[in-house]
Ligand binder design. Structure first.
Ligand SMILES: [Ca+2]
Length: 336
């Protein structure tokens, strides 16, 4: 009798202790990554981190959208995803956009050759496919329609073009809902790198498409968490870690980093901060009170607290948080 009662209580107790120590297994975050890949190298670091999260079972990425126009950004994403073993995630592109056209590293890496003159990095899509990829905002409608309600996280680290267009879409073959309603129904939250709440200045991602940023930051119907300029500036990626990418093999993120600027340089962790918040939540940050964000005519972002109806927040880091976040970013990005 004594042994039976031991069994009866011992194993449930073990289970409780296990959960108390390790926490319940977190369901993978369903993620769509929207990026202006090819402008600044922090997008590529964020992409490496995203692949770490996929490998660790922390996220299920259902789509990648590009807010920078041209074939090179899509080709670069395809190369990186192939290198990390996660090709096949649907990619959407932007057309007729207003963002900058100059490519800063994507084409360089795409065109690199090995000693025999063959492409240094494999890709999964053929060159012709890049021009045939769907518009990102239409791809997003298709992806959202297939997901459960209140389940999708967007991480947006470039211009707001694709997400603004998504909000403006009408009913189509994928959903009878207009964009605003589809987003309200399917999206859990949007985490974006945008704005500056320390200085009255027009941050790059906002400045490059002010009407789109206004549409998204002011009218997005779910929770929004903004990782502003000052957070990324406080969390640099130290240049000496670039050699850690690839474990001795050529790696497209490291090659992008080297092509972007004359080495060595430390680049701010703007986009990685948003990616980390999107998947791991707010634990590395202090969160503002809830409120509203508005974007003025020259692209300055203004936050107004509203404890009752506010759905927008922005991230803040102190020196200790910034150091911890920077270290975490390096470990996540250079895992392979
Ligand atoms: Ca970016």
């Amino acid at each position: 009798m004594e042994r039976i009662s031991m069994k009866k209580y011992f194993f449930p107790l073990l289970a409780v202790l296990f959960l108390a120590c390790n926490g319940p297994e977190q369901e993978p975050i369903t993620l769509i990554f929207d990026t202006d890949m090819g402008n600044d190298i922090d997008d590529a670091i964020a992409l490496a981190i995203m692949n770490n999260y996929i490998d660790g079972g922390k996220t299920r990425v259902i789509g990648i959208g590009l807010s920078k126009e041209g074939s090179a950004p899509a080709a670069y994403v395809d190369i990186v995803q192939t290198w990390y073993g996660h090709a096949g995630i649907p990619i959407g592109v932007v057309r007729n956009s207003v963002g900058p056209v100059k490519d800063c590293y994507a084409e360089n890496v795409w065109c690199q050759k090995d000693k025999e003159g063959n492409p240094l990095f494999s890709h999964s899509l053929s060159d012709d496919d890049y021009s045939k990829l769907p518009d990102a905002h239409i791809l997003y409608r298709k992806l959202l329609a297939d997901e459960p309600d209140n389940s999708v996280t967007f991480v947006m680290v470039g211009f707001s073009t694709n997400l603004a267009r998504l909000l403006e879409t009408g009913p189509d073959e994928y959903s009878s809902l207009e964009g605003q309603k589809l987003v309200a129904q399917k999206v859990k939250r949007l985490v974006c790198m945008a704005g500056n709440f320390r200085k009255e200045t027009s941050e790059y991602n906002v400045h490059c498409d002010i009407p789109a940023a206004r549409k998204v930051l002011e009218e997005w119907p779910t929770e929004i968490v903004v990782s502003p300029y000052e957070v990324g500036s406080a969390t640099p990626f130290p240049a000496q870690n670039v050699v850690r990418f690839g474990g001795g093999k050529p790696n497209p993120v490291a090659e992008g980093y080297k092509a972007y600027r004359k080495m060595p340089y430390d680049r701010s962790g703007w986009d990685p901060s948003a990616m980390i918040c999107g998947v791991e939540g707010n634990k590395f940050f202090t969160l503002s009170p809830p409120g509203h964000i508005c974007v003025d005519s020259v692209g300055v972002t203004i936050f107004t607290p509203d404890p009752d109806n506010g759905k927008a927040y922005y991230l803040i880091v102190n020196n200790a948080q910034a150091t911890a976040l920077s270290d975490h970013m390096v470990e996540l990005a250079t895992y392979k």
